[in-house]
Design a binder for this molecule. Structure first.
Ligand code: PLP
Length: 420
């Protein structure tokens, strides 16, 4: 297998793009493969190598790449223009569908990324409550804006720079940290700060340090705690939204947050973000209220059309039942391989999310840090050489899509057996 063209492209890219990439997680050492095309479960690089893709653009491509239903929806929209700068029926249609699937969302605002969604949700929570502080979870990643880049997961952990230069300490002094699954710690933090605490924001399944599942009852207890202390609860469902169920993790676990952020899947692979919640909160958003938020590309027609297409397709085909069952079968097979090889690794995940942790099953960020990061990365490269593209970090969730066929799965399991 040669990666000569990718290597050459990386040399050129490094002179033009910091680190040769447009987002840090893509900077796979010693150099990444550069994608030429993708279709179904496969992604192809400039040198003609083909990989079965379990990264899936870090989540959005839940139907696989280049899906005909989404492509047709985008194509049909292109004939009508792709940016208006005015309201369109598309955003009303998609908003109605989202609100239908998420009973916690009476109203919502479209933005272009998950980063914007959480940034705006936190601003709104502060504006609505008139308080400054918020709690996030260690290792929780909510995008790359200033207030949340504190002990963030994803690329921020992979590259060993959990905090970033360029963010004055003043900007993060109201960002408090709790450990995932630690109800006692969360209770202490909320009760101590409640007079100036606007919100708790969390990923219901921690997706950016690999999938870490909430312990039974944890989310319900956090809901109870926030309610009792009059603090808003924001579920960041940028990964879990429309993945665990149509109504996301909040439907799956039966917990109702005050606000929700969505992204990734709900744009059908095109850029999108959403923040929404109860009417009384959302009505504080400009122009109906005093919390300012705006965007040239918000509600972008092609993203809206692709979003409508993916949600309708999912519903029509009852895909969650099939996809989640595929995930269960796959995780069971992986667990058997790990057991057969006598490894002290753990297979984690839920629905179509999975990961082998090179260590014991984690229940929070500190546990994940104990896993063998270098060992995982060497394994990642062995898998890549065998035509399997996993996310290049111990700290990223792997995803299955509708497009992964039985033969893809068989080939992948064989590669796990050979490379673990
Ligand atoms: N929130 C979560 C849970 C995410 O996983 C991500 C991205 O991975 C974001 C927010 C930021 O989304 P985006 O990359 O679209 O800005």
């Amino acid at each position: 297998m040669t990666l000569e063209k990718s290597r050459e492209m990386f040399e050129k890219a490094k002179t033009l793009l910091p680190g040769g990439v447009s987002s840090p997680v893509r900077a796979i050492k010693p150099y990444p493969f550069y994608t030429a095309s993708a279709d179904g479960s496969k992604i192809r690089d400039l040198d003609g190598n083909e990989y079965i893709d379990y990264c899936l653009a870090y989540g959005p491509e839940i139907l696989g790449h280049n899906h005909p239903v989404i492509k047709e929806a985008i194509r049909a929209q292109l004939d009508k223009g792709w940016l208006y700068g005015t309201p369109s029926e598309l955003e009303v249609t998609l908003a109605e569908k989202i609100a239908g699937y998420y009973p916690s969302i009476d109203m919502l605002r479209f933005v272009s990324t998950g980063t914007e969604a959480t940034m705006s949700a936190i601003r709104l929570a502060r504006g609505f409550t008139g308080r400054k502080k918020f709690v996030k979870i260690e290792g929780g990643f909510h995008g790359a804006h200033d207030a949340v880049l504190v002990k963030a997961g994803s690329g921020a952990s992979t590259h060993g720079e959990p905090d970033s230069l360029g963010i004055p300490a003043d900007f993060t002094k109201y960002t408090l940290q709790a450990q995932f699954n630690d109800l006692e710690g969360m209770t202490e933090l909320v009760e101590k700060n409640k007079d100036d605490l606007a919100a708790v924001i969390l990923e219901p399944v921690q997706g950016n340090v690999g999938p870490i599942l909430p312990k039974p009852g944890y989310l319900k207890e956090v809901r109870k705690l926030t309610e009792e202390n009059d603090v808003l609860l924001i579920f960041d469902e940028v990964i879990t939204g429309f993945r665990l169920a149509m109504g996301g993790a909040q439907e799956y676990y039966g917990v109702v947050p005050d606000m929700t952020t969505l992204g990734k899947i709900v744009g059908g692979g095109l850029p999108v973000g959403v923040f929404g919640g109860r009417k009384e909160i959302m009505e504080k958003v400009s122009p109906s209220g005093p919390v300012y938020q705006a965007g040239t590309f918000s509600g972008s027609p092609c993203s809206m059309a692709a979003g409508i297409a993916v949600l309708d397709y999912f519903k029509r085909e009852n895909l969650h039942a099939k996809l989640n069952a595929k995930g269960d079968t796959f995780r069971t097979a992986l667990s058997e391989i790990v057991a057969d090889e006598g490894l002290d690794y753990s297979v984690c995940g839920i629905a179509s999310m999975f990961k082998i942790f090179f260590g014991a099953e984690p229940s929070n960020y500190q546990d994940v840090l104990k896993c063998d990061k270098e060992g995982y990365f060497a394994f990642f490269h062995r898998m890549l050489s065998d035509g399997i593209f996993l996310p290049p970090s111990q700290f990223e969730t792997n995803f299955l899509s509708e497009a992964h066929a039985d033969e893809d799965i068989e080939k992948t399991l064989e590669a796990y057996k050979n490379n673990l």
